[in-house]
Design a protein around this ligand. Structure first.
Ligand code: FRU
Length: 484
């Protein structure tokens, strides 16, 4: 049996062996992409190819920890119902033996081209990285072409996560990098034929202005045009917490500016975090046939108490966020759950016009563990307004401070921890709860907060509270289970 066949066989055996344990987990998700067994991390190769959406993912099927990753694969016609496909890539060759790491996909000549990083550790534990290509006719089966871009001088072997696009008749690739003096950077490559790639310099970071000192490594870069500006998304490591910013171990965010494809240069501004919750990292975008810029993120952060998640007892760990559509309106980025997710709603909405007066209460029919809440026309007279989910997560908005807070009970030690972001005026809140995940979209997605949380399995209560007088309109939908 070849190495590839062996790795596939044992991954499928792991699914077989642990499927019922995974399925019996009360924290198993109903409508978020999660691994059939083992650990899932970054979204990879997100593309709409021949009409079908494909989302590959970093997958460690053999344990709930990191290691020599495979590319797992889900496909969907509608971004709602997902089919788990055959394994796309296994780390079976010398140039990827310690993992087929993150990368992206493009369509060219009717084929799907997947670019990824071959991660290699030699006998002494030294790292090597190879940017590799695998080509597929059907989006399912891949033919590996091996390394196509080499590590230029001036960088360490922390060089990974190629994202490829075409512009002005040329191919471009951004790569997450670390310079020799240990600064995070985004490297740019160009190609005429997708096989031979030339280093075209550093696009951002490396200690240069305007970011200046900005961490020791940038992972998962992604450069794209959004409503007239060029957005560079990346995940920097090594930033110090700064007030409400950079509270997680590592961050994920973006800068905006102008990319010059002729010169290979990028003028850009300051960094903004994409998500102000606890669990969001390594996002990746694609543009679909409707021209929408869509994004998935990994709903976790590397090295952030990963081994303390209770789902490990059920042999799985981590999941994706919901797919979000990115737009730019009124001078800021908006992230909204894709419209297709309305198909998750079962039956009619429960709706209420609510006025709270210095009280805390539940609302008829507004509870559940897989739900969508849409609160609009929020009017807070003074003080604060809050929504709590069981006794384990709470959203709070302070009118005086103009701060939105997401609290949760820590799954490590049970203490209450919080993340915060300034929101000038809270007008609407859209919340998706899925057993152990919560995603909060404030003001049509100008501010987003995402987290895993672990309420007692039968605690499905949702409670609304206000320190003074608050009114709002609420619709609540029960959501169906689509992840089988
Ligand atoms: C980000 C990351 C990537 C790497 C992958 C490995 O979470 O560290 O830089 O390619 O995960 O699984």
């Amino acid at each position: 049996m070849s190495k590839d066949q062996e790795l596939r066989k044992s991954a499928y055996e792991e699914i077989e062996k642990h499927q019922s344990l995974v399925e019996s987990d009360p924290y198993r998700l109903h409508y978020h992409i999660m691994p059939p067994v083992g650990l899932l991390n970054d979204p990879n190769g997100f593309i709409q190819f021949q009409g079908t959406y494909h989302l590959f993912y970093q997958w460690m099927p053999y344990k709930t920890d990191h290691g020599a990753k495979l590319w797992g694969h889900y496909s969907s016609e509608d971004l709602v119902h997902w089919t788990h496909e055959e394994i796309a890539l296994t780390p079976s060759e010398w140039f990827e033996k310690n993992g087929c790491y993150s990368g992206s996909a493009i369509e060219h000549d009717g084929k799907l081209y997947a670019f990824y990083t071959g991660n290699v550790k030699d006998e002494n534990g030294n790292r090597e990285s190879y940017q590799c290509l695998a080509v597929s006719e059907d989006g399912i089966h891949f033919d590996k072409k091996g390394p196509i871009a080499h590590l230029p001088d001036g960088y360490t072997a922390h060089f990974r996560d190629p994202k490829v696009w075409k512009q002005n008749g040329r191919w471009f690739m951004v790569i997450g990098a670390q310079t020799e003096d240990e600064k995070g950077a985004v490297a740019l490559f160009t190609s005429e034929n997708l096989m031979d790639w030339t280093h075209a310099g550093i696009l951002a970071g490396a200690g240069q202005e305007p970011l200046g000192e900005f961490g020791y490594m940038f992972e998962c870069p992604d450069l794209f045009e959004l409503d007239g500006r060029d957005v560079l998304v990346f995940s920097p490591q090594g930033l110090e917490a700064d007030g409400m910013n950079y509270q997680n171990v590592y961050q994920a965010g973006y800068v905006t500016g102008t990319f010059d494809p002729e010169e290979g240069t990028y003028e850009h501004g300051a960094f903004t975090e994409l998500d102000h919750g606890f669990d969001f990292y390594a996002p990746q975008t694609t543009v679909d046939a409707h021209g929408r810029r869509l994004m998935f993120g990994w709903m976790s952060v590397p090295d952030q108490n990963e081994q303390d998640h209770p789902t490990i007892a059920h042999k799985w760990l981590h999941n994706m966020t919901l797919p979000r559509e990115l737009t730019w309106q009124d001078g800021q980025m908006h992230q909204q759950p894709v419209q297709e997710l309305e198909a998750l709603r079962q039956g009619d909405a429960v709706d209420h016009q609510v006025r709270l007066n210095k009280e805390s209460r539940t609302l008829d029919g507004v509870d559940g563990k897989a739900v969508e809440l849409m609160m609009s026309d929020i009017d807070i007279q003074q003080g604060w307004f809050g929504v709590s989910f069981g006794s384990n997560a709470r959203i709070l908005y302070s009118k005086e401070q103009q701060v939105l807070t997401l609290e949760r009970q820590s799954y490590v030690d049970g203490t209450v921890e919080k993340r915060q972001v300034e929101v000038p005026q809270l007008k609407s809140l859209r919340v998706y709860v899925d057993t152990s995940s919560i995603e909060v979209f404030a003001n049509e997605g100008t501010h987003v907060m995402t987290a895993r949380f672990y309420p007692a399995p039968n605690d499905e209560s949702i409670c609304f509270e206000s320190s003074d007088e608050t009114s709002f309109h609420i619709c609540k939908w029960e959501l169906t289970q689509v992840i089988e």
